[in-house]
Design a protein around this ligand. Structure first.
Ligand SMILES: C[S@@+](CC[C@H](N)C(=O)[O-])C[C@H]1O[C@@H](n2cnc3c(N)ncnc32)[C@H](O)[C@@H]1O
Length: 259
């Protein structure tokens, strides 16, 4: 398989983890956008319980924690990310309210109706947007919010090159109206939808990758797979710059209004 045809799924998890653990966040986003999404929610108090699913090393979780009352559980299936997450929480003095646990988003360790809010930035694609919305709903209290960022098409038609890239990487990517329809179908009230600004990709994601890439390539000097993985990161950036009018990340905030 040529590198051109590889997607992130073709690489070992350890390698992926090693690359991204050198970054403050593992997907496009920013503190401003996390706070903007948070602004569409309400009703949190000291007793609230929030889950951040696919939290990575917790870039967005710590921003949340500094701006909401209650407890936050960050869940990710990579133990290294959770170790860094808990270290970050301790360094910020948030360890009493913020805890990272290793777990899988397709088998969440929560009770029915236990959560006041479900947060998930750039991670639901691992289970699939529709499946995640449906399966996670039971853990949310009636009146609770779900806030998710997910890659989405901005147009009904797009150039073949970018269409193929996404069909190989994540065929469930969809247009914004279709995503909203899925939110309604899963039994939530859509509250707000907004496109993440470009700086979430350029400044808060691609720029951080440069330093991560350097550390990674030094560590894996001469390792062909690692070099290929690193090169794929540059392909993703080039594609984004070329086709950003056709796709991007979108934040969806919705409310569970009935049981
Ligand atoms: C693109 S990263 C986003 C991380 C973080 N939310 C952010 O925005 O920086 C996706 C995250 O989902 C996690 N993940 C993938 N599959 C998972 C699963 N089945 N259960 C839990 N976490 C998973 C990955 O380890 C990774 O941390």
């Amino acid at each position: 398989m040529s590198n051109e045809n590889k997607t992130i799924h073709d690489f070992e998890l350890n390698l992926i983890c090693d690359f991204f653990s050198n970054m403050e966040r593992q997907g496009p986003g920013s503190p401003e956008v996390t706070l903007k999404a948070l602004g569409f929610t309400d009703n949190l108090n000291d007793k609230s319980l929030i889950a951040d699913i696919g939290c990575g090393t917790g870039g967005q979780t710590m921003v949340l924690a500094q701006n909401v009352p209650g407890k936050i559980i960050g869940l990710d299936f990579l133990p290294n990310f959770i170790e860094i997450f808990n270290r970050n929480a301790r360094q910020l003095g948030l360890q009493d309210r913020v805890k990272g646990i290793v777990g899988s988003m397709d088998n969440l360790p929560f009770q029915n109706e236990e959560l006041d809010m479900i947060w998930s930035e750039g991670a639901i694609y691992n289970i699939g947007f529709e499946r995640g919305l449906n399966e996670w709903r039971k853990y949310l209290k009636t009146g609770g919010y779900i806030a998710i960022s997910e890659s989405s098409w901005f147009t009904d038609e797009r150039p073949a090159e970018i269409n193929k890239f996404w069909m190989d990487a994540y065929p469930e990517i969809d247009t914004i109206p279709h995503q909203i329809a899925k939110i309604c179908k899963a039994g939530y009230l859509p509250v707000a939808t907004f496109i993440l600004p470009e700086n979430c990709w350029t400044e808060h994601y691609f720029a951080l990758k440069i330093a991560a890439q350097e550390i990674f390539l030094n560590k894996y000097a001469g390792n062909e797979t690692a070099e290929e993985f690193s090169a794929l990161q540059s392909v993703e950036e080039e594609l984004y710059r070329k086709y950003k009018e056709f796709y991007g990340y979108v934040f969806f905030i919705a409310k569970k209004i009935r049981q």
